[in-house]
Design a protein around this ligand. Structure first.
Ligand code: IPM
Ligand code: MN
Length: 406
């Protein structure tokens, strides 16, 4: 034993994975009597104000975050939440202001907030730069600093978009999957890493490493989530080829046998899981996997919803929870009012559900999105050309959701 994690715990969230509070609403030790959509019972009684650090990010980030912040403010007004939001730079946006990718004052505000609402990071000007110098690094730092090990990526197609997916309707109708991605370990953070050289020349190294405690805690998050859903977990690994994944499999099995026998657990190889996610997605409820595999799985899963522009995510752990869309910064369409703001808006919904512990507000936002889509509003990525569709830009889509919410 060594390795106590040195992480920042923020007073703001009081999330303690070791105490069984998985921060996965509704989950943890005190699941609500019902996952009631309208009762305010589960709100944090003593949360006087809900402080949100807004990081617009790069590329399409500023445009989509504008829509998401407008929706967040409207939701707060409507449900009588005292919202305090402030925007701070990170990634390429910060570098362009002569600041480091994660400026001190940005980190300070994140630490003092109840939630971080974060746009996508990444800029083509750094396309050939080593990972340590890239603006995306700021996001990995935020995840690590706040020990946000549990990344929840729900894949649930909105009925109005069933035709927008490249997959056939009968395959995806009714799909409701939660991808639980481990976010602070594995190949992204393992040591040694870097560039080296030997007698054969230059080489690069990354290390896929997991301690059993890391697998245990993400396994618990997956099982707890499954208990409140359809009680099925697929653990996606590569135990047939990698020692680290054999340990992953053993550890998930152990957590299951010791604490979660009532959940149906299946181990599945990651390659097979990717294949089945498109051939038979209805079989899945919760899928848990390591950092790298979860990154890949969630982009595949996005196609079930019609577009990567539809997928939100929540990153939970010891410190301030972070909410970010799954998609990237799409520099090719930045600043052109073309991007789909819905993943960012649905991300704000997850923020109310998990950070403010107000699933009723999250549900209201999701419903407003569904109604805007029912009325035919479509950004380019989710348009099919069917009659009744209204092709709109980022701003108009945001306004359509806002109108449905208010
Ligand atoms: C994601 C992104 C990030 C990741 C990048 C931007 C570092 O692809 O959140 O899925 O790989 O985690
Ligand atoms: Mn990704």
């Amino acid at each position: 034993m060594a390795m106590r994690r040195t992480v920042e715990k923020t007073a703001a969230t009081g999330f303690d994975p070791d105490a069984g509070d998985f921060g996965v609403y509704p989950a943890g030790k005190k699941p609500p009597a019902s996952a009631d959509q309208s009762s305010g019972q589960n709100s944090e009684q003593n949360m006087k104000e809900f402080k949100v650090a807004v990081i617009p990010g790069d590329g399409i980030g500023p445009e989509i975050i504008e829509s998401a912040v407008a929706v967040t403010r409207e939701a707060a007004r409507k449900f009588d939440i005292k919202l305090v939001d402030a925007s701070v730079p990170a990634a390429a946006q910060a570098v362009d202001q002569g600041l480091p990718p994660l400026p001190d004052h940005t980190l300070k505000l994140c630490r003092e907030s109840n939630a971080i609402l974060c746009g996508p990071f990444g800029d083509p000007r750094w396309d050939n730069a080593p990972p340590a110098e890239r603006p995306e690094r700021a996001k990995l730092q935020l995840r690590k600093i706040f020990d946000l090990f549990a990344n929840l990526r729900p894949v649930k197609p909105v009925p109005a978009l069933l035709e927008a997916s490249p997959l056939r309707r009968q395959l995806i109708e009714g799909v409701d999957i939660l991808i639980v991605r481990e976010l602070t370990g594995g190949l992204y953070f393992g040591e040694p890493r870097g560039y080296f050289s030997d007698d054969k020349g230059r080489y690069g190294v990354n290390t896929m490493k997991y301690h059993a405690w890391e697998v245990e805690r993400i396994g618990k998050v997956a099982f707890e989530a499954a208990l409140l859903r359809r009680k099925r977990v697929h653990s996606a690994d590569k135990a047939n080829a990698l020692e680290v994944m054999q340990l992953w499999r053993e550890t998930v099995s152990k957590v299951h046998t010791e604490q979660y026998k009532q959940v149906d657990l299946k181990h599945i190889f990651i390659d097979n899981c990717c294949m089945q996610l498109v051939s038979e997605p209805l079989q899945f409820d919760v899928i848990v996997s390591g950092n790298m595999f979860g990154d890949i799985l969630s982009d595949i899963g996005a196609e079930i919803t019609g577009s990567l522009g539809m997928l939100p995510s929540a990153s939970l752990g010891a410190g301030t929870p972070l909410f970010e869309p799954v998609h990237g910064s799409a520099p090719d369409i930045a600043g052109q009012n073309k991007a789909n703001p819905l993943a960012m808006i649905l991300t704000a919904s997850m923020m109310f559900t998990h950070a403010a512990r107000r699933p009723d507000i999250g549900n209201a936002i999701d419903a407003a999105v569904a109604r805007a889509l029912d009325k035919g509003y479509r950004t380019r990525d989710i348009a099919t050309g069917a009659s009744g569709e209204k092709l709109v830009g980022t701003r108009e889509m945001g306004e359509a959701v806002l109108k449905e919410l208010s």
